[in-house]
Design a protein around this ligand. Structure first.
Ligand code: SAM
Length: 291
């Protein structure tokens, strides 16, 4: 059976071939952040980070992308990135070396379920694309609430991965239909983790006892001028990564459908001339205050 059980344990979902708890290698994570973490997302975060914030606690900091995006714009703020993955932390520390804001950033090993921080000691907690990889989210939200002082703010950036879509001079409808089935299979394979947690989060945050101020949807990714072959190679890479995260072999009907849809879309763009294409995903930025 190519399709693995939906309750695949975390150790096998995350483990192997240098893959982290999110099923990604460090290189996958770096490439994905270079593709979609842009000034637009940084601007949305800065709008909600109070100017007098002392420390940003970044839960599930990965390779520290948020530190590089935010610290140059927040001169009096320091940053503590926490992650359960030592390889991510090593990469984060070496990427920071030589940065003008390096003295204001630290990285520390820890789990979101048991943050290595004192009660009410933090004025801002950020979590970006982390809660989608957590099996049981309410204890993590309780932990975030524990470390937040009053005033204290929580900003979560989480996706609806079912919204993944490719465009090339218009929507690639057949490919997007097949991709949606692949991402739905990925979502099932990683349950109880939820790759579409973004729009579910405001209610969860509310139930955790924080006051939700805002939850807005943003699309990340952009259309750029490129050759069709570049876009379709990227689509094949996305299918490869998602199917390996879902533990679907290449011959699984859902994966075959995606690859066939990519081949057909590529054939349909008969002329090998550039157009505007790219991949777009919806993310939800939920902002809440401690009370
Ligand atoms: C997709 S990455 C996001 C990284 C970073 N926040 C960003 O947006 O670039 C998710 C990160 O969460 C970390 N993570 C997942 N579950 C965790 C947990 N329970 N405790 C701490 N870190 C966790 C993973 O190791 C991974 O680095």
């Amino acid at each position: 059976m190519p399709h693995q059980s939906p309750d695949t344990p975390e150790s096998t979902v995350g483990g192997g071939a240098g893959r982290g708890l999110d099923g990604l290698t460090v290189n996958d994570l770096r490439a994905s952040r270079e593709e979609w973490w842009d000034d637009g997302l940084t601007g949305v975060l800065l709008r909600w980070i109070p100017a007098d914030t002392r420390t940003i606690l970044d839960v599930g900091c990965g390779i520290g992308t948020a530190a590089h995006a935010l610290l140059p714009r927040l001169e009096n703020t320091s940053y503590l990135g926490i992650d359960a993955d030592e390889e991510r932390l090593r990469t984060a520390r070496s990427a920071l070396a030589g940065a003008a804001y390096a003295a204001r950033a630290r990285f520390r090993h820890g789990r979101a379920e048991q943050l290595p921080c004192a009660d009410h000691d933090t004025d801002l907690v950020l979590s970006s694309m982390t809660l989608q990889h957590v099996a049981t989210v309410p204890p993590v939200l309780a932990e975030i609430r524990r470390v937040l002082g009053v005033p204290g703010r929580f900003i979560a950036v989480e996706p609806d991965n079912l919204s993944n879509a490719f465009y090339f001079d218009g929507p690639l409808e057949e490919l997007n239909g097949a991709l949606r089935r692949l991402f739905a299979a990925l979502r099932e394979a990683r349950r109880p983790r939820d790759g579409a947690i973004g729009p579910a989060l405001p209610s969860m945050v509310d139930r955790a006892g924080l006051t939700v101020l805002d939850s807005s949807a943003h699309s990340v990714g952009r259309l750029a001028r490129l050759q069709p072959a570049e876009l379709f190679e990227r689509a094949r890479r996305v299918v490869r990564i998602a199917s390996s995260q879902a533990r679907l072999v290449a011959s699984h009907p859902i994966v075959e459908d995606c690859l066939r849809a990519i081949d057909r879309s590529e054939t349909a763009t008969t002329v090998d001339c550039p157009g505007f294409g790219g991949q777009v995903v919806l993310i939800f930025v939920t902002v809440a205050d401690a009370r």
